[in-house]
Ligand binder design. Structure first.
Ligand code: PHE
Length: 323
């Protein structure tokens, strides 16, 4: 039996096991049968001790054969499944960087009590300009380089018409965030695109002041950019707000020039004309609104210098954002 085990211990679980099995079976079938015959020829007084020795031998050989069977089974397993092989890479999709920024901003404003509102991309002149206090033939209409679909229909140049549609539909208190695509007659270059995303915010209720605007937008910036980031407000002009402002954030564009003020949104108190045109009493209600461009925010956050890569659908660019 010891010889049989020594024979097996020296072998790897491969085809040589077949040779070992042959030898062991021969030992069992031939030599044991011969020994068993010899036992019967022994004198009666020796037979008992010889029988015990014979059984130990037989057991040992069987054990060696069992070990062999186990090794052969695991050897067979290894040949079809190797758990140490590296897995094949999975083809995983990723969200677009602008979508990531929009989702993050929506989540922050959701925590601040805002819900999502959507409006059509094909608008009338009235919703896009008239109801937003643009005087007829105002140069700002030129400034927006509007793409017209017909005499009175156009592709919205900003998401601000959703302010009007929201105020027509829901009674204050209103707090909405409106993400969506907007269009302007611009050629593609490193910093312009004819279609891009905007994010509009609107809060209207009784007794809302500029303090609410500043506090809410500064809190947004703290949550989005980090608590230590400085923000500042400065005057700006949009026909549908009065007063109008812009919010700048100090950002490092990683161009070696350090921190610098970057405008991230336009905002202001909703103009009384806008409230009245939407059917609200501007003596009773006040509100504030903002609009920002998530593509610009994504570009500064992810060090993107040419806006066109956001439109190329190049998988090598997009898969960097897989999470
Ligand atoms: N609609 C403005 C734009 O497209 C942004 C804005 C929205 C400004 C709301 C003030 C209030 O530039």
């Amino acid at each position: 039996a010891q010889d049989a085990r020594a024979l097996l211990d020296g072998l790897e679980p491969d085809t040589r096991l077949d040779a070992a099995k042959g030898q062991l079976n021969a030992l069992k079938d031939d030599r044991l049968a011969a020994l068993q015959g010899a036992l019967r020829a022994l004198p009666a007084e020796d037979r008992r001790a010889a029988g015990t020795a014979f059984n130990t031998l037989k057991q040992g050989i069987q054990e060696a054969l069992d070990v062999f069977a186990a090794r052969q089974a695991s050897a067979a397993g290894v040949s079809t499944f190797d758990a140490t092989m590296p897995a094949r890479g999975m083809w995983r999709g990723s969200l677009h960087p602008v979508t990531l920024v929009i989702d993050e901003i929506c989540e922050i404003f959701r925590e601040l009590g805002f819900t999502i509102a959507l409006g059509p991309e094909a608008e009338t002149e009235w919703y896009n300009f008239g109801a937003l206090n643009f005087p007829p033939d105002h140069p700002a209409m030129e400034l927006h380089d509007t793409l017209y679909l017909g005499k009175d229909t156009l592709l919205r140049t900003h998401t601000s018409p959703v302010q009007v549609r929201t105020l027509q539909t829901y009674k204050p208190p209103v707090r909405v965030l409106a993400p969506g695509q907007v269009y302007r007659r611009d050629f593609f270059d490193a910093t312009h695109a004819p279609a891009f995303m905007q994010l509009e915010g609107l809060a209207v209720d009784e007794g809302i002041s500029f303090v609410d605007l500043k506090a809410t937008l500064a809190e947004f910036a703290r949550r989005f950019y980090g608590a230590s980031r400085r923000v500042r407000f400065g005057p700006s002009y949009f026909p549908f707000v009065e007063p109008g402002a812009q919010m700048d954030v100090e950002v490092d564009l990683n161009d070696g020039k350090g921190l610098r003020w970057v405008e991230i949104l336009g905002c202001g108190m909703v103009h009384p004309h806008v409230l009245e045109d939407a059917g609200l009493d501007s003596e009773k209600f006040t509100g504030w609104a903002f609009g920002m461009g998530p593509a610009r925010i994504a570009m500064s956050r992810y060090d993107i210098s040419d806006i066109r890569v956001l439109y190329d659908s190049d998988v090598r660019f997009l898969e960097q954002f897989a999470r």
